[in-house]
Design a protein around this ligand. Structure first.
Ligand code: ADP
Length: 238
């Protein structure tokens, strides 16, 4: 029998091609990885190596050209687009370099957005109050109790990433995918956000996959995978 820890998320021979100027560009050249439940994995490598592309495939935002992704026994390529979107909404939380908060919504509303998508109008009537409590609780945990009704342009860069972390966690995801989460922050704020990611990973026991070229951020991980030119060229446990 396989080790259950290898059955959480498995990337198996993943290839990704893009068409660029009429040419086929092979961005991922057959990546295989097993990610265990509760693991904190960093993916490092130079710009253009394919890190974000791999992260998007691991978070079901994109499909590989060839190869498979298995999540808890589900062959992801077999899912229809709506089923893939449902899986993504339930299983994944995302934190991007550019926060991607909706500018017209408050911090609290931004955090609630993934749950509004999940529940739809009718279920929201039943679930909305509990969802709001959960979102508030997370924002308070992240030190933003005094910023609940501020819009993104009224928040500092660090506070925006705190809101993005709350939004990533509000749906109780099984995996949190972070793409250069501190890439846009000054050094001191970056350290604060790193500490929060470390604490949240420990508190929640959730799986975190973090793309970064910051060695300090990579230091949060228990395993660091190095990607170069679309291939894994190194793997180190810390
Ligand atoms: P990294 O995150 O390591 O910087 P990316 O995964 O963003 O690398 O990109 C890898 C390569 O794929 C780059 O050469 C990039 O230009 C190319 N690429 C990424 N997305 C697309 C796209 N949608 N269409 C064409 N080329 C793309």
């Amino acid at each position: 029998m396989n080790d259950p820890s290898t059955e959480f998320l498995r990337v198996d021979g993943v290839v990704k091609d893009y068409m660029s100027g009429g040419q086929r560009l092979r961005v991922l050249k057959g990546i295989s990885l097993d990610i265990g439940e509760g693991e904190i994995l960093a993916i490092v490598g130079p710009s253009g190596a394919g890190k974000s592309t791999l992260l998007h495939i691991m978070g079901f935002l994109d499909r590989p050209t060839a190869g498979e992704v298995h999540f808890r026994g589900t062959r992801v390529s077999a899912l229809s687009d709506p089923d893939l979107a449902r899986l993504r909404n339930r299983a994944c939380g995302f934190v991007f370099q550019m926060h991607h908060l909706l500018p017209e919504l408050s911090a609290l509303e931004n955090v609630l957005a993934p749950l509004m998508v999940r529940f739809g109008v009718f279920e929201w009537v039943v679930q909305g109050a509990a969802a709001r409590r959960r979102a508030r609780g997370l924002l308070e945990r992240l030190g933003l109790s005094h910023r609940l009704h501020h819009r993104p342009n009224q928040l500092s860069g660090g506070d925006r990433q705190r809101v993005a972390l709350a939004r990533a966690l509000v749906g109780d995801p099984q995996i949190v995918l972070c793409d250069e989460p501190t890439g846009n922050l000054d050094a001191a704020t970056s350290r604060e956000v790193q500490q929060l990611i470390r604490d949240l990973a420990a508190e929640t026991g959730k799986t975190f996959v973090i793309v970064t070229h910051d060695v300090n951020v990579a230091g949060l991980a228990r395993r660091v995978i190095r990607l170069e030119d679309g291939a894994v060229v190194g793997s180190q446990r810390t």
